[in-house]
Ligand binder design. Structure first.
Ligand code: ZN
Length: 51
């Protein structure tokens, strides 16, 4: 019985989730420091959160 070896084509490694900052409107990418509360993250940086 021969098995075909199929590679995962089209699956990008390191394809991190993205959001749009509600303050500056720019897209930002998941960061490790947000791992615990990514659902609550709305700003790309502390600066945007303060402003
Ligand atoms: Zn921002």
């Amino acid at each position: 019985m021969a098995r075909k070896h199929v590679n995962d084509v089209g699956t990008k490694k390191g394809d991190l989730p993205q959001k749009t900052c509600v303050a500056c409107g720019r897209p930002f990418t998941w960061r490790r420091k947000w791992a615990r509360d990514w659902d609550q993250v709305r700003y790309c940086s502390d600066r945007c959160r303060d402003g």
